[in-house]
Design a binder for this molecule. Structure first.
Ligand code: FEO
Length: 169
């Protein structure tokens, strides 16, 4: 049984995934005008695309279960950042917030005995583990790098290799 409560929680998650896509799109646009970080820029654009896929997956699921997926209004995200480190700190904070919200959906699925939605949400649970781990890894590297431009050069060179995580499928 797909309850109204479950549907509302998943629609809220649609909004959060859409907002995530906006947040990372803004990071990508900002990164694109910073010199010499083409791969970090590509990372943010790709991450934004993945969040849109997460949103679409939810929209299809809600509609397939007989509900109605609501396309939400979005807020303007932060447009600029004091540094690349600040952008990645915000990314980690945002992913932790997304994880909390997914966990809330899982709680509702269990309390409603909606095992189909519970099963569907396990993909998001696994995805959040990967995304938080990746964000922490990059933040740790940036902490080590400090103000060393050579370190930032290497992070930009390697970031697309370390970031082969969930592809949103
Ligand atoms: Fe779809 Fe990164 O949360």
């Amino acid at each position: 049984m797909f309850s109204k409560k479950m549907q509302d929680a998943l629609n809220e998650q649609v909004k959060i995934e859409a907002q995530s896509s906006q947040v990372y799109l803004a990071m990508a646009s900002w990164a694109e005008i910073q010199p010499g970080i083409d791969n970090i820029t590509a990372f943010f654009y790709r991450h934004s695309d993945e969040e849109r896929m997460h949103m679409l997956k939810l929209i299809h699921f809600i509609n397939e279960r007989g509900g109605f997926a609501v396309v939400p209004p979005l807020e303007q995200p932060h447009l600029t950042f004091p540094s690349i480190k600040h952008a990645f700190q915000e990314l980690l904070k945002h992913e932790m917030y997304v994880s909390e919200s997914i966990n809330n959906c899982v709680d509702i699925a269990l309390s409603e005995k909606d095992y189909a939605t519970h099963n569907f949400l396990q993909w998001y649970v696994a995805e959040q583990i990967e995304e938080e781990a990746l964000a922490r890894t990059i933040n740790d590297k940036l902490e080590l790098i400090g103000d060393d431009k050579g370190g930032l050069y290497l992070l930009d060179r390697d970031i697309l290799q370390v970031s082969v995580v969930g592809n949103g499928q």
